[in-house]
Structure formats: structure tokens, C-alpha cells
Design a protein around this ligand. Structure first.
Ligand SMILES: Cc1cc2nc3c(=O)[nH]c(=O)nc-3n(C[C@H](O)[C@H](O)[C@H](O)COP(=O)(O)O)c2cc1C
Length: 286
């Protein structure tokens, strides 16, 4: 799968390679109203990583349903819509609007957003608020829901167990790791928003250990994400317990990265004589 926010609406990439070969496309985080996002600069490269503070710039759910979904309805590759809100009701409303729309195969719930009713802490930092969002989305839609965890919590296993219990059909992890960079010449943070989210190879070991821990605690399928750049990276996540993977930051350096990862997985399987990827899921746990 492609990771939310790193592959637009898929349409931007369709002329670069055959995106229909992918397992799924997860589109940019979508909110009820269109958003302009955070002040520039919003991207900073770091050692082996990328810091971003895009701030959920997006066209809003109404335009997505009107302009993007009809295109997706003609695709072989399923598209999942990543949603974000500031209140539990926002999430439920988004899920309701997306329910039954042709071209939309599922919803990925981004719980790394500040809960404005609870003073701005991310929904995903504690099991209770994460479960509330999950339950509200689940009861508002018949679409499969993937709940995407944030690493910025001290209790990733507790949050995973709570969202599984609340009805998540699958769990994806991880979102970006909070970080910052400072320009020593100006003595100011490099990002317009001061802090942002770190992604790319720098976070892969963190993501991998979180997938490993969560896989030991829940029964629902896990989608691993964080720094995956090659097929071998993806195989590590699968061996940690993921049933599928997402490719994010790697697409910025190489737009074909999601397909390269898929082909890399196939090559590994051929080399090892593996017929069914299920043989590898959780192999490092046994
Ligand atoms: C520029 C950028 C924008 C992102 N936007 C979103 C988003 O809208 N919703 C979301 O859930 N995650 C978003 N993410 C997080 C990615 O989907 C992914 O979880 C994270 O970057 C880790 O994977 P990676 O190291 O392969 O990029 C964004 C990441 C980047 C780099």
C-alpha cells in the first residue's frame, strides 16, 4: 500500500508507473472542510529521515467524493481514504459521508490528530480516546476500517488493544515520530510549525519494534509502516507480524518505490521458495 500523505490521491502517479499493480492506495488525510495546512517551510531533510509539518492540507471530503472517487471507481487497485478530525463527531461524520461511495474501499483512521475537546493531546496517545474514535467510525460506516496508530504514546500496546476491542478491522502503524530541527544561523526552528513528524529510514527500527510488540497483543491484521524503502525492509515488517505494508517517504526520492517494494517481496519469496506470504508473517516471533 502507499502511505497516507505521500502519494496524493494516486492520480498524480498514474503516469509514472502502473499503480494498478499495487495492493492498495491510501490517499491524503481528509478532513470535513478543505485545509491550507501549516505555514512554510514544511519539509526538512534530516540524517536518514524527513521532517514534515504539512498540517493536513487537503481538498476536504466533499470535493474528494465529487472529484476523486469517480476516478477511483474505474481502478482495479482499491483506494482507502485516510481521515482526520478534531472531535469524535468529526470522525463519525467523515465515515458517514464516505459510506457507500463508489470507488472507496475502506477508511484509514488517523488518530494522531489533536483532540480539541480534550485540550489538544493526540487522540492516539491514550487507549480510551483512541477507542472512542474507533467505535464512532465503526458504527458510522459499513466500510472496513484500518486504525493508524501514533508512536508518540507511552502505551502503543494498550492503544492497539483498545482499538481492536472497539472494532478496528486492522491496525496500521506507525505514523511519524515527533521531532524538530533548528537553524543555528537564525537560531530558529527550521519548520514553520516549529515541530513536525519524522519519517523515513531513521524511524524504521522504532516502527519495527512497535509492530513486533503490537502483533503479540492483538488478533487483527497489522499493516506495517515506517521507513520501508526496499522489499527486504518490507519482509522485516512481515516477519515482525505485519500482514501488509505501506511505503511513504521512499516515494519522494523514487516515485516507483511502492512497486519496487512489491517486486522486492516477490523476489525474496522466489529466492526462498516461498509460495504464500502467510508463511512469513510473524516468522521472527516464533
Ligand atoms: C509529507 C507527509 C505527509 C503525511 N501525511 C499524512 C496524513 O495525511 N495522514 C496520515 O495518517 N499520515 C500521514 N503521513 C505519515 C505517513 O503516512 C507514514 O505513516 C509515515 O511517514 C511513516 O512512513 P514512511 O517512513 O514510509 O514515510 C505523512 C507523512 C509525510 C512524510
Amino acid at each position: 500500500m502507499t502511505a497516507a500523505g505521500t502519494f496524493g490521491y494516486g492520480t498524480e502517479y498514474s503516469h509514472l508507473f502502473d499503480i494498478q499493480k499495487l495492493g492498495a492506495i491510501v490517499c491524503k488525510g481528509t478532513t470535513l472542510e478543505p485545509r491550507d495546512g501549516n505555514p512554510q517551510p514544511r519539509l526538512v531533510e534530516t540524517a536518514s529521515g524527513l521532517l514534515n509539518s504539512i498540517g493536513l492540507q487537503n481538498i476536504g471530503v466533499k470535493a474528494l467524493i465529487k472529484e476523486k472517487a469517480p476516478i477511483w471507481a474505474n481502478w482495479r487497485v482499491p483506494v482507502m481514504v485516510n481521515i482526520a478530525g478534531e472531535t469524535v463527531d468529526d470522525y463519525a461524520q467523515l465515515a458517514k459521508e464516505l459510506d457507500g461511495v463508489a470507488g472507496i474501499s475502506g477508511i484509514e483512521v488517523n488518530i494522531s490528530c489533536p483532540n480539541i475537546k480534550a485540550g489538544g493531546a493526540e487522540f492516539g496517545v491514550n487507549p480510551e480516546s483512541a477507542a472512542r474514535v474507533t467505535a464512532a467510525v465503526k458504527s458510522a460506516t459499513s466500510l472496513p476500517i484500518l486504525v493508524k496508530l501514533t508512536p508518540n504514546t507511552g502505551d502503543i500496546v494498550g492503544v492497539a488493544a483498545a482499538v481492536a476491542e472497539a472494532g478496528a478491522d486492522a491496525i496500521s502503524l506507525i505514523n511519524t515520530v515527533k521531532g524538530m530541527a533548528i537553524d543555528i544561523a537564525t537560531r530558529q526552528p527550521l519548520l514553520g510549525n516549529r515541530t513536525g513528524g519524522l519519517s523515513g529510514p531513521a524511524i524504521k527500527p522504532i516502527a519495527l519494534s512497535m509492530v513486533y510488540e503490537v502483533a503479540g497483543a492483538v488478533e487483527v491484521p497489522i499493516v506495517g509502516c515506517g521507513g520501508i524503502t526496499t522489499g527486504n525492509d518490507a519482509i522485516e515488517f512481515i516477519m515482525a507480524g505485519a500482514s501488509a505494508v505501506q511505503v511513504g517517504t521512499a516515494s519522494f526520492a523514487n516515485p516507483r518505490a511502492p512497486l519496487d517494494v512489491l517486486e522486492g517481496i516477490e523476489q525474496f519469496m522466489q529466492k526462498e521458495g516461498i509460495k504464500d506470504i502467510a508463511e512469513l508473517i510473524g516468522a521472527a516471533r516464533r
